[in-house]
Design a protein around this ligand. Structure first.
Ligand code: HEC
Length: 179
């Protein structure tokens, strides 16, 4: 009899315990709905996979740059308060490397991805896709990579060849891990 009561009280304790535990979970959040996830899923691969529809040219990008970017990155991407965005081509292997989109970045598609997700610094995500295409075209133009009237869009941007691309080497995972 005592034994049975003991077993019953143990089971009771288990339920009280688990109810108590459920009430004290950190409640960090909930699974996102598909409709909430889609706007956040903006990754763009080097080959352009994930680029949205849209287009722009340097001619259209220049005035947008003047409004949204020049205060931090300077006229024509130089001598600003923050990162230099143009010039420096050929300096990377020298004693004073100047890292810019033209001198360092391997993929033009990454310029679009980065600007869309992170710039302007104080208001990321505020530019439309067409505006980001136009500003990307302008940045590529400032680096002498495309001409002023070239229309940059989801098909043409992945074909743009960046000057420093060949200096990036891919190693397979197996090689990194050793034998
Ligand atoms: C309020 C200042 C500010 C404004 C405005 C701004 N940026 Fe930036 N930008 C920064 C800062 C700071 C960094 C460095 C961020 C870091 O390293 O994490 C940066 C970095 C960048 C880079 C990366 C440079 C590199 O080589 O790593 C790019 C490209 C860029 N900005 C483009 C833009 C464009 C295009 C605009 C306008 C749409 C813009 N920025 C507006 C402050 C700004």
């Amino acid at each position: 009899m005592y034994k049975r009561i003991f077993v019953i009280s143990l089971i009771g304790l288990f339920f009280i315990g688990s109810a108590g535990m459920a009430a004290t979970t950190p409640e960090l959040g909930r699974t996102l709905l598909e409709s909430e996830l889609t706007p956040l899923d903006t990754a763009i691969l080097p080959n352009g996979q994930g680029l949205p529809r849209g287009s722009g040219s340097a001619v259209l990008g220049k005035p947008l740059y003047a409004v949204h970017c020049v205060s931090c990155h300077g006229v024509a991407g130089k001598n600003g308060l923050h990162d230099q965005l143009a010039g420096g081509v050929g300096s990377i292997s020298g004693p004073q490397p100047v890292m810019t989109l033209g001198s360092y970045w391997p993929y033009a598609t990454t310029v679009f991805d980065y600007v869309r997700r992170a710039m302007p610094y104080h208001f990321p995500g505020s530019l439309s896709d067409d505006q980001v295409y136009a500003i990307t075209a302008y940045l590529l133009f400032l680096n002498g990579i495309v001409d002023e009237s070239m229309v940059v869009n989801e098909s043409s941007l992945p074909l743009v060849k960046m000057p420093n691309k060949e200096n990036f080497f891919w190693q397979s995972f197996d090689q990194d891990m050793g034998p």
